[in-house]
Design a binder for this molecule. Structure first.
Ligand code: FPP
Length: 236
């Protein structure tokens, strides 16, 4: 079966710049350009969901200068890509705790989400101030806070399946299918707090290619590999 949802950990921007004796920020700039090509590839392949890990809950630990640069890049990206979303029927969604961003950025994200909410060719999801553990914690709090105190004890009578449905419908990714292909560039072989719930049955792809060097040819090869794998979802 063709993948419905591809998620990518875009790693290696800093090293890409370092090799060239440039500031890490140049790597991020170059990395942002690759995002458009991969998004267009998903459109062409008719893959309906693409999630990109653009800023993690841990990325605040970077230098103030790098964090500021990433915020500016993101704002610019949302502005410059608006035309692409509109011309290509792409829906934009953000996941993560957006409340930590400045008001301008939050407004730009919300506006683009609203503007594209009826688009249906592809949903491009940016993970922003996102971490899976944080998402799950916020999810449980959302569930508890949505219920009147008098109804809280009814949660104890839920079956595990009912609880699973309840959790899924309150995740940041509610109404988005689970991840089929999880790709990480940059050579590390870890998941780094990304889509831990949603990628439970994902096929994993790790490449040493640094994100700014990641090509259509390489993702094409990964797709062919994916199509040749037998997925069992715990069965035989
Ligand atoms: C990881 O590379 C990358 C990030 C933390 C940021 C990802 C951002 C982009 C690809 C560009 C902006 C994207 C959009 C959508 C505007 P790293 O800096 O950890 O690289 P390193 O491991 O080589 O240091």
């Amino acid at each position: 079966m063709y993948p419905q949802h591809i998620a990518i950990i875009m790693d290696g921007n800093g090293r890409w710049a370092k090799i060239r004796n440039q500031n890490r920020t140049e790597g991020h700039k170059e990395g942002a350009k690759v995002v458009r090509g991969i998004t267009e590839w998903c459109l062409k392949q008719k893959i309906p969901y693409l999630t990109l890990y653009a800023f993690s809950t841990e990325n605040w630990k970077r230098s103030q200068m790098e964090v500021d640069f990433l915020m500016k890049l993101l704002k610019k990206y949302l502005q410059s890509e608006k035309r692409i979303y509109l011309e290509n029927n792409i829906r934009f969604r953000a996941i993560g705790d957006l409340g930590a961003f400045d008001k301008d950025l939050q407004d730009a994200i919300l506006q683009l989400e609203q503007l594209t909410q009826n688009h249906s060719a592809l949903t491009q999801i940016l993970a922003l101030n996102y971490g899976s553990q944080d998402e799950l914690s916020r999810t449980f709090l959302r569930i508890l806070n949505a219920m009147p105190d008098s109804a809280l004890s009814s949660l104890k009578t839920y079956s595990p399946q009912e609880m699973k449905k309840m959790i899924e419908s309150h995740l940041d990714t509610h109404s988005i299918p689970d991840v089929d292909m999880l790709i990480r560039t940059g050579g590390e072989k870890r998941i780094s707090n990304f889509m831990l719930w949603q990628a439970s049955y994902a096929e994993l792809f790790f490449t040493s290619t640094l994100w700014p060097d990641f090509t259509i040819q390489e993702i094409d090869e990964m797709l062919q590999d994916f199509l040749s794998r037998q997925r069992k979802f715990g069965g035989v």
